[in-house]
Design a protein around this ligand. Structure first.
Ligand SMILES: Nc1ncnc2c1ncn2[C@@H]1O[C@H](COP(=O)(O)OP(=O)(O)O)[C@@H](O)[C@H]1O
Ligand SMILES: [Mg+2]
Length: 313
């Protein structure tokens, strides 16, 4: 398990946004988070990436699990060009390469120094974990896919439009390859071609992906699970958006039936009470039914607000 949400809750002052959220993320999951505007999708993501703390419950990560979040306000260094911005991802590996050069020179002069050998092994591990000898291939692949052809690579980040900057931040995040990739409406600034490339990239992603999107085609192409945020909590469904829809409709129908049955029962009890409470012979029965009526809990009707309606159907 990469991540386990246990009874997670979050309020802003008096305004409770999330309550009793329970869900889990496994490696290979590609989870689409859906829900009407203002239901707390971004709030949830911000908690998961550590930018905000929950008031209740816990978001428990597996040991050593790395997360990456495409946040709306992350800044790029305006003085770096597009290629250098991407290359920054490999800073730890580049440092390790430099250190290794120095260590190898020392080792040549002192070949039996076990400490040096150990340090070199550590550097190698850092470089290999990032597949850094293929750094340029990786950078070029992602830049081309994300709509930055070679003739744009020397452009400074500072002169890019807002949309281009978002796209570059997304490209950089993909290159980082965190175990848990967290994306909040990533397709807003993408053209069709780039979106298709992103879909394929995410489908082959070896970590897990949590993505908020209103685009049902994107959700269908990418997701293996759907988390539906409704009524402050999450319901989880297997499959993509098309698989989720009939499941949700069936669940809504069941809930509606429970609601209707409870309303009907309440009406019958009320009717009996009204007719019999004043009649001496049946007063006791009427009182008992009135008690039943008081205890009867009416199941809420399913909340249809926004769900589906706001997706680009
Ligand atoms: N920092 C904050 N302070 C107060 N209220 C907030 C804050 N962030 C979000 N909210 C409120 O929490 C609710 C959920 O917001 P958000 O998570 O952004 O929804 P979504 O991403 O689903 O559209 C909204 O009513 C929003 O106004
Ligand atoms: Mg949001």
């Amino acid at each position: 398990m990469l991540l386990e949400l246990q009874n997670l809750g979050k309020s802003f002052g008096e305004h409770e946004v999330l309550r009793d959220v329970n869900a889990g993320v496994e490696r290979g999951d590609r989870i689409g988070i859906i829900g009407a505007n203002g239901t707390g999708k971004t709030t949830l993501l911000r908690i998961l990436c550590g930018e905000s703390l929950p008031d209740a419950g816990d978001a428990a990560f597996g040991t050593g699990v790395t997360t990456g979040y495409l946040e709306q306000n992350a800044r790029l260094d305006p003085s770096l060009d597009i290629y250098a911005t991407m290359r920054l991802v490999f800073t730890p590996a580049l440092d390790a390469m430099q250190e290794m050069d120095a260590l190898q020179k020392q080792l040549a002069a002192d070949p039996h120094n076990a400490e040096l050998t150990e340090k070199i092994a550590h550097c190698t591990a850092v470089i290999d974990a990032m597949d850094a000898y293929n750094m340029d291939t990786q950078i070029k692949k992602v830049l081309n896919g994300m709509g930055f052809p070679a003739d744009t690579w020397t452009k400074l980040a500072g002169v890019l439009s807002g949309g281009e900057q978002t796209r570059l931040r997304l490209a950089r995040l993909l290159l980082e390859r965190p175990d848990l990739l967290i994306l909040d409406e990533p397709t807003n600034h993408l053209d069709l071609e780039t979106m298709e490339w992103l879909e394929n990239y995410l489908k082959a992603y070896r970590g897990a992906v949590l993505v908020v999107s209103h685009d049902r085609y994107f959700l269908d192409a990418v997701c293996t699970r759907i988390w539906e945020l409704r009524g402050k909590s999450i319901k989880t469904y297997r499959g993509n958006y098309s698989a989720y829809l009939p499941q949700r409709e069936a669940a809504d129908e069941r809930q509606q039936k429970l609601h209707d049955a409870a309303v009907e029962k309440a009406a019958k009890l009320q009717d009996y009470v009204d007719r019999n409470l004043v009649r001496a012979s049946t007063t006791k029965m009427a009182q008992s039914r009135r008690k039943q009526l008081e205890k009867l809990e009416i199941v809420e009707t399913p909340d249809h607000r926004g769900v589906g309606a706001e997706l680009s159907l």
